[in-house]
Design a protein around this ligand. Sequence first.
Ligand SMILES: Nc1ncnc2c1ncn2[C@@H]1O[C@H](COP(=O)(O)OP(=O)(O)OP(=O)(O)O)[C@@H](O)[C@H]1O
Length: 242
Amino acid sequence: MKRVNTGIPGMDEVLHGGIPERNVVLLSGGPGTGKSIFCQQFLYKGVVDYNEPGILVALEEHPVQIRENMKQFGWDIKKFEDEGKFAIIDAFTYGIGSSAKKEKYVVNDPNDERELIDILKIAINDIGAKRIGLDSVTTLYINKPMMARKTVFLLKRVIAGLGCTAIFTSQISVGERGFGGPGVEHAVDGIIKLDLDEINGELNRSLIVWKMRGTSHSLKRHPFDITNKGIVVYPDKVLKIK
Ligand SMILES: Nc1ncnc2c1ncn2[C@@H]1O[C@H](COP(=O)(O)OP(=O)(O)OP(=O)(O)O)[C@@H](O)[C@H]1O
């Protein structure tokens, strides 16, 4: 089976070789745990190191802000957007008129999953995308939890059907035990949980792979850092939080 390298140092070791191709992975965590950075690194390194075009579906942040945030890690995506190897789908600035017009791919109503899927399909075909990051999937069903499973399956069919591999970020509260609700947790192919825990007066970052269809993987809680070059995972270290 083909695997997709995450582009995150140490992470492929934790996944025993990378994410199985066409998997949709839920990247779940509380506020500030590093979900957006993980997702952006997966996409950026995909283009730069593996020549795999990527699409970021932006539901939580302004595309301009995303480009700026990525730059602080040295990830300048504008160049790759111009070369047709990277695309941002703006599903954030809807309803505020002119600023949305500056973006090439714009979703006018993210509550209409058909529109989102149509634009996603166009963008995938335009750039030959292999990787999708959707930040965050929570936004798509926060007002309609009964629709979560249906929405995720719709997206999964399109993404896997077109040969892409995806990371969907999922927002949970501090201390919450789940990953984003049963409808979503069972529908996705993989779950990676990012955590921030206070130990001896200091916040510690760690992650754990809860499930990953198509591969064995580490069952340990691995510490990771966010550096000025992005996320680094320590596959040989284990963090005990209890
Ligand atoms: N240049 C940097 N170097 C080190 N750490 C950084 C840097 N930039 C941001 N961070 C850390 O990353 C955190 C934000 O990460 P990120 O935006 O990926 O979180 P998130 O899980 O998506 O959060 P939310 O759900 O609240 O949007 C910051 O709170 C900060 O601790």
